[in-house]
Design a protein around this ligand. Structure first.
Ligand SMILES: Cc1cc2nc3c(=O)[nH]c(=O)nc-3n(C[C@H](O)[C@H](O)[C@H](O)COP(=O)(O)O)c2cc1C
Length: 366
């Protein structure tokens, strides 16, 4: 039973939705990395609910470092980030009566694992709220990756049947996305997606979509061929995010429906650097980076808590019942999950690079 992930860099997540704090411990960071407090705040803002298309639970997301930071830089010892919970409203979750299991959520599975001792309020340890700690942790390592020329960006590739345009210029697109709360490249698609979420909310329902992530500037030769292949590490990390139910690299499942002659990525020499003409393998061959951008798609499911009446059971007695959810929930989580995906990707990439080149690869200057 553990909540720790990673090899050279590990992350532990802790906390419950309605407990006093949530947070993260990062172990294995290089010493001397700059801590950019303003950047961490900005990243947390991208995850925070906003407007009509998000939950009404809006936390301030104040944070502090309990350890691992001195004079604005990492010390190299375990870094603990603490984020207090301030906006709790347990009455929404029916503390007084027997609780129904929310279909699609973790109420039933948590009961099976923790035997009723779990702090279930607001989804407890399974709440999307915990992802704030993941975002803060990601924001610790993203600037260090940038210093090495590696940038990460995610856009909402599709929502329902509405599609965003493809990445065209990775560097520019990633820069544009980094300032957008609703991360869509094509303005028209963005308007349609927002309208679709509002329409879905009005119907007391929720909607899912696909996030597409690019890791740009990654050197070739990173990754361990078998169990810690680049795909294994990234998908392990991404599947940890609540609501992510599919992860694919490059052309992903489409590769299964085509011919080698269509999908092999032909090599060529681009003024001394070896590149590929296409990128159907998403920048990874044999579990190791080939120097092309890493391309990942993550399927985000519709928010499980919907206001429409659903069939379920009561958790104590097992009796069949009907459920109309109260409380504050997002009609779509995809726009908020996007920065969580960026952050998890950054932590995985940092871990892979530190495993390849050593912790001091990211060391600051003294
Ligand atoms: C940023 C974020 C916010 C979320 N907000 C909600 C929410 O308001 N209501 C809800 O039912 N689920 C929400 N979720 C999803 C649930 O936490 C998740 O579906 C649940 O823990 C079950 O895990 P699974 O979907 O991975 O099986 C959110 C997820 C993320 C990443």
């Amino acid at each position: 039973m553990k909540n720790t992930f990673g090899n050279s860099l590990s992350i532990t997540l802790f906390g419950e939705s309605h407990g006093p704090y949530i947070g993260a411990v990062l172990d294995g960071l290089a010493p001397g990395m700059d801590i950019d407090v303003e950047f961490i705040k900005d990243q947390l803002l991208l995850r925070r609910p906003s407007g009509k298309i998000s939950t009404k639970r809006v936390e301030a997301d104040e944070f502090s470092f309990a350890s691992g930071v001195y004079n604005g830089k990492t010390t190299g010892t375990p870094l603990c980030i603490l984020i207090p919970n301030t906006v709790q409203k347990s009455s929404d979750y029916g503390e007084e009566t027997e609780r129904p299991a929310r279909p699609g959520h973790a109420d039933f599975t948590a009961r099976m694992k923790y035997h009723g001792f779990e702090d279930y309020r607001g989804g407890g340890h399974f709440s999307g709220r915990i992802t704030a700690a993941l975002v803060a942790a990601g924001a610790v390592v993203i600037p260090a990756l940038k210093d090495k020329g590696i940038v990460i960006g995610t856009h909402i590739k599709s929502l329902g049947d509405i599609k965003d345009r493809d990445f065209s210029d990775y560097g520019k697109d990633i820069e544009v996305l980094s300032h957008k709360v609703f991360a869509v490249l094509d303005e028209n698609a963005e308007k349609q997606m927002v309208a679709k979420i509002e329409d879905t909310a009005a119907k007391l329902d929720s909607i899912g979509g696909v996030l597409e992530t690019v890791v740009y500037g990654m050197p070739a030769g990173v990754g361990e061929p078998w169990f810690d292949s680049v795909e294994s590490v990234l998908s392990h990390g991404l599947y940890s995010i609540p609501g992510i139910k599919g992860v694919q690299f490059g052309a992903g499942f489409d590769l299964a429906g085509g011919y080698g002659s269509e999908f092999n990525d032909a090599f060529y020499n681009d003024n001394g650097s070896i590149r590929t003409k296409s990128n159907n393998n998403g920048g990874i061959n044999g579990g190791i980076t080939n120097g092309m951008p890493i391309i990942i798609r993550s399927a985000v499911k519709p928010t499980p808590s919907i206001y429409k009446e659903q069939d379920t059971v009561l958790l104590d007695s097992g009796k069949d019942t009907k459920l109309s959810i109260q409380g504050r929930h997002d009609p779509a989580i995809i726009h908020r999950a996007r920065v969580v995906v960026d952050s998890m990707t950054a932590l995985c990439v940092y871990d892979l690079l530190a495993s390849r080149f050593g912790t001091d690869f990211f060391k600051g200057d003294k």
